[in-house]
Structures are given as structure tokens and as C-alpha cells.
Design a protein around this ligand. Structure first.
Ligand code: C2E
Ligand code: MG
Ligand code: MG
Ligand code: MG
Length: 288
């Protein structure tokens, strides 16, 4: 009976799995073509200094504008690109493009680039980073690489070796979505990390749940003890911004200030449309 039932289940499941597998296969084929044809754009979201209101830098966020499907979220295609072996080519393009754009910004501004664990773990990754800096002429200290907590948990030795090579190059390292992984706060001091990006989930509940403020305060204090910068992700309200400032957080990123913008819109925002005025970015609007 079990066998018959199993077979029946199998028969009922198969068509649906077929549809999903087929859709995934189609998306994979299109993603391959998009990578070959560089069918992507980078948008840039400002990272704002909470005390001065100035733009300290921007995070480069990948956009795929599909001719038929429209906008496909990176949350959907990045994992797929990782699965089908495309993330290294894609990641290299992102790195190069982000550096190329950032060279045109005021020298005080940094550019943050998300790095997939697969990309990061390659022994050649530091060489690729050095090559992108050399090609584009971006100063190493203006590049910030965003990695995730999961990297710190697996294979400590090689992760540490790569992080040290990157530090030797002079690039900065940020820990993305902090608090969502499984690493403990004690991990923070074992690795050469310059910035901690406190995940949006803590910011979302900040003004309602006392527990979130307590966690943010703890992260900020531990980061400060290790000379690390803290940034809060996904700040959407003035109340969140005010509380974060009060808790000692140094930077914020979120729709309250600006979503990710195309290159030209960002250039207008930072008041850098004149090529000759390579000055510090303007103060953020008074409302933010
Ligand atoms: P992330 O690195 O944590 O990037 C922040 C995400 O939060 C972005 O989503 C951004 O648009 C969104 N966000 C920023 N402020 C707010 C806010 O106030 N409210 C809300 N609701 N959302 C906000 P996006 O661009 O869809 O990217 C999603 C994720 O995809 C990124 O999360 C990152 O993990 C990944 N990703 C994006 N670009 C790349 C890339 O070039 N390479 C790799 N490996 N991953 C990327
Ligand atoms: Mg990020
Ligand atoms: Mg993030
Ligand atoms: Mg996030």
C-alpha cells in the first residue's frame, strides 16, 4: 500500500515539479544570455552619515531589466546565478562597473559591492579585486566589499587568509545583514572587518520592541570597542533615524533618505553633475 501511495504521490507531484523545473530552466537560460550580453544595470543607494547628514558612499545593487518579465529581483536571480555557475562572471562585472562609476564621485565617497560567498572563496578573488582597482583607477580605500556572516562560520582559516589579503590591498570589509546569521558577537573581533551593517529586521521593530533597541545598542557598543563602523539598513522613518542616532549608530541606509538610483540620478543627488567640481558631497536635505 505504501508503495502504491508513494507512486500516486509521485504521479500527483510530478506535473507541478515539472512546471517549476521548466520555469527555472528557462530563467537560467535567459540569465546566461544576460550575463554574456551584459544585460544588467547597477543602481546606487546612498549610505548616509547619521550625524552630519552627508553621503558617505553608496551601495551598488544589481538590476536585471528583462525584456519580457520586466524587473527581476536580485533576491531571485543571485541564488540562481550561484547555482548555475554564473556568479563569478556576474560578480566580476559588478565589481568592475561599480569601481568605474565610483571614480567619478567625490573622493570622500566609497562604493560598497556585494560579494557572493562562492566568489569570495576563490583563491583568485583578491587578485580580481586588485585588477579591478588597477583597471578603473579607484583608490583601494574607497572600495568596500560586503560579505555575509555565513562566510565567517565556514572554513575560518581560508576566509581569514582571503580577508587579510584584501586588507593588505587596502579595501574595506563590511558584514552585511548582521544579526540574521548564526555567528556570535565574539566572531567580530576575530576577523578584519571595518563595518557592521545591522539588518533591516532590527530596524523594522526598533521603535516598537524594546528588545530590538537593546540588541542594536549591544552591536554598536561591541563594534565601537573593535573600531568598527555601524550602519543600520532599511531605515524608513524619521523616528527610526532619531533612535539610531541616539543609540550611537553612525550611518544609515534606507528609503527615508533614498532608494537605489541609476547613475545619473545619483549624480544629481550628490550635486556632482559638473565634472570639475570634485568637492565633498553636499549636505543631505534638511528633512533627512
Ligand atoms: P542587501 O545587500 O542587504 O541590500 C539591501 C537591500 O535592501 C536592497 O534590495 C535594497 O534595495 C533594499 N532596501 C534598502 N533600503 C530599504 C528600505 O528602506 N526598505 C526596504 N523595504 N528595502 C530597502 P535589492 O536591491 O532588491 O537587493 C537584494 C539583495 O540582493 C541584496 O541585499 C544582496 O544580498 C543581493 N544583491 C544585490 N546586488 C548584488 C550583487 O551585485 N551581487 C551579489 N552577490 N548580491 C547582490
Ligand atoms: Mg549589501
Ligand atoms: Mg544588506
Ligand atoms: Mg539585507
Amino acid at each position: 500500500a505504501a508503495k502504491a501511495e508513494g507512486r500516486r504521490t509521485y504521479r500527483y507531484f510530478m506535473p507541478e515539479m515539472d512546471v517549476k523545473a521548466k520555469a527555472r530552466h528557462e530563467l537560467a537560460t535567459e540569465l546566461k544570455r544576460a550575463v554574456t550580453e551584459h544585460d544588467f544595470r547597477l543602481h546606487f543607494q546612498p549610505l548616509v552619515d547619521l550625524n552630519s547628514g552627508t553621503i558617505a558612499g553608496c551601495e551598488a545593487l544589481l538590476r536585471w531589466q528583462h525584456p519580457v518579465r520586466g524587473f527581476v529581483s536580485p533576491a531571485e536571480f543571485i541564488p540562481l546565478a550561484e547555482d548555475i555557475g554564473l556568479i563569478e562572471d556576474l560578480g566580476e562585472w559588478v565589481l568592475d562597473q561599480a569601481c568605474r562609476v565610483a571614480v567619478g564621485w567625490p573622493a570622500s565617497m566609497t562604493v560598497a559591492v556585494n560579494v557572493s560567498p562562492i566568489q569570495f572563496r576563490r583563491a583568485t578573488f583578491p587578485l580580481k579585486v586588485a585588477a579591478a582597482l588597477a583597471r578603473t583607477g579607484l583608490a583601494a580605500h574607497r572600495l568596500e566589499l560586503e560579505i555575509t556572516e555565513a562566510l565567517l562560520l565556514q572554513d575560518n582559516e581560508s576566509t581569514l587568509a582571503i580577508l587579510n589579503q584584501l586588507r593588505d590591498l587596502g579595501v574595506k570589509i563590511a558584514l552585511d545583514d548582521f544579526g540574521t546569521g548564526y555567528s556570535s558577537l565574539s566572531y567580530l573581533h576575530r576577523f578584519p572587518i571595518d563595518k557592521i551593517k545591522i539588518d533591516k529586521s532590527f530596524v523594522d521593530t526598533l521603535t516598537e520592541e524594546a528588545g530590538s533597541a537593546t540588541i542594536v545598542r549591544a552591536i554598536v557598543q561591541i563594534a565601537a570597542a573593535g573600531n568598527k563602523t555601524t550602519l543600520a539598513e532599511g531605515v524608513e522613518t524619521a523616528a527610526q533615524r532619531d533612535l539610531l542616532r541616539h543609540l550611537g549608530c553612525q550611518q544609515m541606509q534606507g528609503y527615508l533618505f533614498s532608494p537605489a538610483l541609476p547613475e545619473d540620478a545619483l549624480a544629481r543627488l550628490i550635486g556632482n553633475t559638473d565634472a570639475e567640481t570634485q568637492t565633498a558631497p553636499r549636505r543631505a536635505p534638511a528633512s533627512v
